[in-house]
Design a protein around this ligand. Structure first.
Ligand code: ACM
Length: 459
């Protein structure tokens, strides 16, 4: 990033926003955020210059107005988000005024994948809950919302041809709460809300393990064929789809095709993590089938790093969470790696020893641990890395306040790991800037952990 600041400020109040037709949606979104109208001839302009490259932008704030030039529509959108961040934090609540510093910024992301995962299977969260997080994540230039839709404790997305998945599998959650699920219309509204902010929704259907909810709904998918009860325990069950079951291939094909139909993004996540119940051979057959089905649906498969154990044809993405050797093996086969090493990116892990809740299996992840690491640390090359993702598992996260607290400010740290070149990142410098993020989150009504590692701005 190049950032040059001149003396002085400009008040954007009363200015109008203009943009070519292809950036009309981005202009409207910025107008709504700042309380400004769009017009054919405005002082705040959005435009495109494809020489800047994907997601890149240039931003000029001068005494006369603002020019945002995007390498593509996403770049224009990120430039607009940077403008919002330059304004007083209270502006995010519509109260701060629109006085901006005079700056010239040239900026482009290091990685194309800057993700946030929410597990809605262990505890159910509504579309509104997810949209609220997308709004804030996009302010930090996060561009993927990965939704972990299925697990032992719940199946959360309607699949019309297999209605018991949600009727039975969506009826509960950890500790026996009422659970819930998304209709195809609900899901479409989330996808559209995120797309308007250049956030791609990545649906995850976790197969063949973590499949208790599917087996509760359709026992014929399991080895015994016997009914299993929907789990309300936080602990993983031993439920897995059986490779030998006659119903399995048709189920996998139907479900992935339906999820693809409902999700226009380029990726389908098939889970494939922590499957100990079936043989290594059956596991390999499963992963190869999942890949073939995803390709048949015109998408690229994403799986957790266990898929690095299987002979696979690229392209595919492996999400590294646990075993660096499996991530390296995936890259060796031509796969691309999403870096989610638990000890830096798992948002369900405690911040520190004083935490009231959170998991500890991979240690504590304070804000510095979320920030001061690099996706290349375990031997992957830059070109083998798609990007970075923070993962919020929800075995013990049962309300929105806890989601906020566990996510922020750690996701801000991870967003910067994904966006900014390693040579331009420094913990002390980040700490100073993220302290202002607290004020922004406050203005947006989003909770966060005021970690004692940081010197938070006075509110
Ligand atoms: C995982 O945490 N089981 C991917």
């Amino acid at each position: 990033v190049l950032l040059e600041q001149q003396d002085g400020t400009v008040d954007l109040a009363g200015m109008r926003i203009s943009a070519p037709d292809e950036l009309g949606a981005e202009a409207s979104l910025l107008g709504a955020a700042l309380g400004l109208i769009t017009a054919a001839d405005g002082e705040i302009t959005l435009s495109l210059d494809d020489e800047l490259g994907p997601e890149a932008y240039a931003l000029d704030v001068t005494a006369q107005g603002v020019a945002i030039v995007g390498g593509d529509a996403a770049g224009a959108c990120w430039g607009a988000q940077t403008l919002r961040q330059l304004l007083p934090p209270a502006t995010l609540a519509g109260e701060g005024g629109l006085v901006a510093p005079l700056v010239h910024v040239e900026d482009a992301p290091r990685f194309g994948w800057r993700g946030y995962m929410v597990d809605v299977a262990r505890h159910f969260f509504t579309i509104e809950d997810l949209e609220r997080q997308v709004e804030v994540a996009a302010l930090h230039k996060v561009n993927r919302l990965h939704v972990h839709l299925t697990d032992d404790q719940g199946w959360r997305l309607e699949i019309p041809a297999w209605p018991r998945l949600t009727e039975v599998g969506g009826a509960s959650e950890v500790d026996g709460g009422e659970g819930g699920w998304y209709t195809t219309e609900d899901w479409a509204s989330l996808v559209a809300f995120a797309a308007a902010r250049h956030v791609v929704v990545v649906p995850e259907i976790d197969l063949p393990g973590h499949a208790g909810a599917a087996l509760a709904a359709y026992p014929e998918l399991g080895a015994s064929g016997e009914a299993v009860e929907l789990s309300t325990s936080a602990v993983q069950s031993d439920a897995a789809l059986s490779w030998e079951a006659e119903a399995t291939p048709g189920f996998v094909s139907d479900v992935l095709a339906e999820v693809a139909r409902q999700s226009p993004g380029a990726w389908l996540h098939v889970g494939a993590d922590e499957v100990d119940e079936i043989s290594e051979e059956d596991y390999a057959s499963f992963v190869q089938l999942l890949r073939d089905e995803v390709v048949a649906d015109g998408r690229t498969m994403v799986g957790w790093d266990e898929i690095g154990r299987v002979e696979l044809e690229a392209p595919f993405l492996a999400q590294h969470w646990r075993d660096p050797d499996r991530a390296l093996a995936a890259a060796e086969m031509g796969g691309t790696v999403i870096a989610s090493p638990a000890e830096h990116t798992y948002l369900d892990l405690v911040y520190d020893g004083d935490a009231d809740y959170g998991q500890v299996w991979a240690g504590a992840v304070n804000v510095e641990k979320a920030y001061a690491w690099d996706p290349t640390d375990e031997g992957l090359l830059e070109a083998e890395i798609a990007g970075v993702e923070g993962c919020l598992w929800t075995e013990y996260i049962d309300d929105v306040e806890k989601v906020d607290f566990m996510t922020w400010p750690r996701l801000a740290a991870l967003a910067e790991v994904g966006w900014t070149a390693a040579a331009d990142r420094e913990w002390a410098d980040f700490g100073e800037r993220v302290s202002w993020d607290g004020a922004r989150l406050e203005a947006l009504g989003i909770g966060y952990y005021r970690s004692p590692e940081l010197d938070w701005a006075e509110l």
